[in-house]
Write a protein that binds this ligand. Structure first.
Ligand SMILES: Nc1ncnc2c1ncn2[C@@H]1O[C@H](COP(=O)(O)OP(=O)(O)OP(=O)(O)O)[C@@H](O)[C@H]1O
Ligand SMILES: [Mg+2]
Length: 349
């Protein structure tokens, strides 16, 4: 029997669906030992969905990592003179009004140096620094939600970075990427999570974030387009959109402009990161419920000129099958990426 000493729940409080993933450290290997999902309804809101999503975990784990994103959060990539981590924290706070659209006392702020200055660069050369901030109010709300569900909050991450952590935990091994004909320009992959209200993109070079952004386009926009086209209520449009066969042609033609807008924003981001970071984005890996929309991958491939495919994080993760509904796990897998990334903290705490 394995000793269950280390278990963490990753709780992804999406605007449409709450997803929970339980990872347990068995030796040094994180293993998926539970998962749950529940739609956020107008009546119960997030608290009811959290309770329902956690119910299927049978209350084994106590410790929880949840994430934040959207308009209450800000991520900036800035250049600063090299200094110690403590000095950096001070300096970023001092210059916060340059990077943040919020007042400093309204937010929780963190920063980290991302790499070293180029070899041979002289003294005084700036280094890349990541600055992340979240409105204190949202953090307090999330902590309340976790505690109300009977769990202990261990950390609050940014959804954007959970995406990168999921890749680190169960994406392609870096060696395999290197094997793909290295070429003169360093290769990068773009992780793209299409949610209900927003799409997150995180570009990784040698496994590390070099660019991230949220785009305010997602599955809700597709549902609205279907509702307008067919003259039906939103909840009905949602069912029709996800069915895949009902009104197939109308659904495809009504969501096409939304997918085009999204794909062209992604293409802009990729041009930007290639230009500014000197990398070549080889592939886009799609996750999130919205990425299941018919034609999503094709629209993105056309606009960006690179291969785009759906990413199943379970391919790189051992699953303890006992007591789990493996069919629904397989079905849910694409939308569990952020929750997997949140729970991946089981390795360090
Ligand atoms: N088969 C499908 N076809 C099209 N869209 C789908 C399908 N399955 C789910 N979706 C859409 O995916 C979205 C939900 O995905 P997800 O759970 O990733 O979002 P979320 O995390 O709640 O949202 P957000 O990240 O924006 O807060 C909804 O808009 C839903 O309509
Ligand atoms: Mg989401």
């Amino acid at each position: 029997m394995f000793k269950r000493s280390k278990t963490v729940v990753g709780l992804d409080v999406g605007s449409a669906v709450v997803k929970a993933v339980e990872l347990t450290l068995e030796g040094s290997e994180p293993v998926l030992t539970g998962f749950g999902r529940a739609e956020v309804t107008a009546e119960g809101g997030a608290p009811a969905a959290v309770a329902q999503a956690l119910a299927s975990l049978r209350g084994r784990a106590r410790r929880c990592v949840t994430g934040v994103g959207g308009q209450s959060t800000v991520v900036r990539y800035v250049s600063m003179l090299p200094m110690s981590p403590e000095e950096l924290q001070q300096a970023v706070r001092f210059e916060a009004d340059k990077f943040l659209p919020f007042e400093l006392d309204e937010v929780v702020l963190d920063c980290e140096q991302l790499g070293d200055s180029a070899p041979g660069a002289g003294e005084g050369t700036k280094v890349p620094v990541l600055v992340a901030a979240c409105r204190r109010q949202l953090i307090e709300e999330r902590v309340g939600l976790v505690e109300q569900a009977g769990l202990t909050p261990l950390a609050i991450d940014l959804d954007l970075f959970a995406l990168a952590n999921a890749w680190e935990l169960c994406g392609l091994p870096e060696e395999e990427l290197q094997d793909l004909d290295p070429g003169p320009v360093p290769p990068a992959v773009a992780l793209v999570d299409v949610g209900a209200t927003r799409t997150s993109i995180n570009v990784l070079r040698a496994g590390r974030t070099c660019f991230s952004r949220e785009i305010a386009i997602g599955g809700d926009d597709m549902t609205q387009a279907v509702a307008r086209r067919l003259g039906v209520e939103l909840h009905e449009a949602e069912l029709i959109k996800c069915d895949g066969e009902l009104h197939e042609a109308e659904v495809a033609s009504s969501i096409a402009p939304v997918l085009e807008d999204l794909a062209s924003e992604l293409a802009l981001s990729i041009d930007y990161v290639e230009h500014h970071e000197g990398v070549e984005v080889r592939e886009l890996l799609l996750s999130g419920g919205g990425s299941l929309a018919a034609g999503a991958a094709t629209a993105i491939e056309q606009a960006t000129g690179r291969p785009a495919r759906n990413w199943n994080p379970l391919e790189g993760l051992r699953v303890e099958a006992e007591g789990l509904d493996l069919d629904s796990l397989e079905l849910e897998a694409p939308s569990l990426v952020v929750a997997v990334g949140l729970a991946s903290r089981v390795r360090i705490r």
